[in-house]
Design a binder for this molecule. Structure first.
Ligand SMILES: Nc1ncnc2c1ncn2[C@@H]1O[C@H](COP(=O)(O)OP(=O)(O)OP(=O)(O)O)[C@@H](O)[C@H]1O
Length: 324
């Protein structure tokens, strides 16, 4: 099989119980290189346990995990983990190591040259908005929670692993810092081609970051699919209920201008060429609201009322199509 067709991760029929409590029950998924999978579900549903089975921090009772086509049981755990970045909510920086030393841990274990490590550390700190001249020699306790979280991410990316596992990486942050780090995270060049598995219980976060979402309840997969599929074509009442409270906000995030274009009054190719049709309705609303007073240069050839009307029609069409 050519390498490009080998899944980055294949989990098959994973089971795990602690005593009489079945924590993960018959979970399977295939993840292709470069995809981002979000493990989503209520507290205690088995997300962390499932994530830890991927890098052998937890051994399954039954089932298999293949990474790049190789069964993880045939790889030494330490060796395996060096090729897989791992970020946890508690960050887990070494308190007596500087920021630069923390980031260098895995590259050193891999035997990379000191100059290459220095270069990589400097580049990552800069990219994560921690100017190295200021932060490289500080110790973790001198940093804020958000800064520590960024260092944790830099450390996981330092050896340029093709796969990155993230367990509630923004969990300890306040909502505003959380949203801004999430934005940085999405735009991070270093993550662009990586295979990412991210655990969260935050629905908005899942919709913002996932190519696909695996929604769990009580250790069982309730649905595996794109955010759009989960929202518009829920597999069962649990899935429907899980998103019910935030349904409209999520719809605004998954629908794009391309979806509503047929329902806008001005969809001529020349007029529509000026704006980004892949922008979400949420982003477009934000732009329209921010420029509401600037009547001289309206950003779009439609106003807010027209956009919302078109969104309503697009939604009706989509929901009708799923029901058919
Ligand atoms: N080592 C362990 N021994 C016994 N029970 C465990 C162990 N690890 C996890 N559990 C139990 O397994 C269940 C699933 O835990 P897990 O941490 O995977 O859930 P989670 O979905 O990540 O939860 P949260 O969102 O609260 O972090 C919980 O009921 C937990 O108490």
């Amino acid at each position: 099989m050519p390498d490009s067709l080998v899944p980055a991760i294949r989990a098959a029929h994973l089971h795990k119980r602690y005593g009489s409590h079945a924590v993960v029950q018959d979970v399977s998924f295939v993840l292709h290189p470069g995809e981002t999978l979000v493990l989503l579900g209520p507290s205690g549903c088995g997300k962390t346990t499932l994530l830890k089975m991927l890098n052998r921090l937890v051994e399954p009772d039954a089932g298999t995990v293949d990474i790049n086509g190789r069964d993880v049981r045939h790889q030494r755990p330490e060796q395996l983990r060096r090729g897989i970045g791992y970020v946890i909510q508690q960050v887990g920086l070494l308190p007596h190591y500087t920021v630069a030393e923390n980031i260098a841990v895995v590259p050193r274990l891999l035997g990379l040259a000191a100059s290459a490590i220095h270069q990589r550390t400097t580049a990552l700190l800069t990219r994560l908005h921690l100017p190295p001249e200021r932060y490289a020699h500080q110790y973790p306790h001198q940093l804020s929670g958000g800064q520590q979280q960024r260092v944790g991410l830099a450390r996981a990316l330092a050896a340029d692993p093709p796969i990155v596992l993230l367990d509630e990486p923004f969990g300890a942050l306040d909502p505003i810092t959380r949203a801004s780090i999430r934005r940085e995270f999405r735009e991070l060049e270093e993550l662009r081609n990586k295979t990412v598995v991210l655990v969260t219980h935050d629905v908005a976060e899942a919709f913002e970051l996932a190519d696909r979402i695996l929604l769990l309840d009580a250790g069982r997969v309730q649905q595996l699919g794109t955010p759009r599929e989960l929202l518009l074509q829920p597999a069962n009442s649990f899935v429907r209920q899980f998103f019910a409270a935030e349904r409209l906000a999520l719809q605004l995030r998954i629908f794009t201008l391309a979806d509503v274009l047929p329902f806008l009054p001005t969809p001529s190719p020349t007029e529509s060429a000026g704006f980004f049709t892949h922008a979400t309705i949420q982003e477009t609303l934000e732009t329209l609201t921010a420029t509401a007073d600037d009547s001289a240069t309206p950003p779009f050839p439609f106003n807010l009322a027209q956009l919302m009307a078109a969104f309503g029609q697009a939604l009706q069409r989509e929901e009708a199509a799923w029901k058919r």
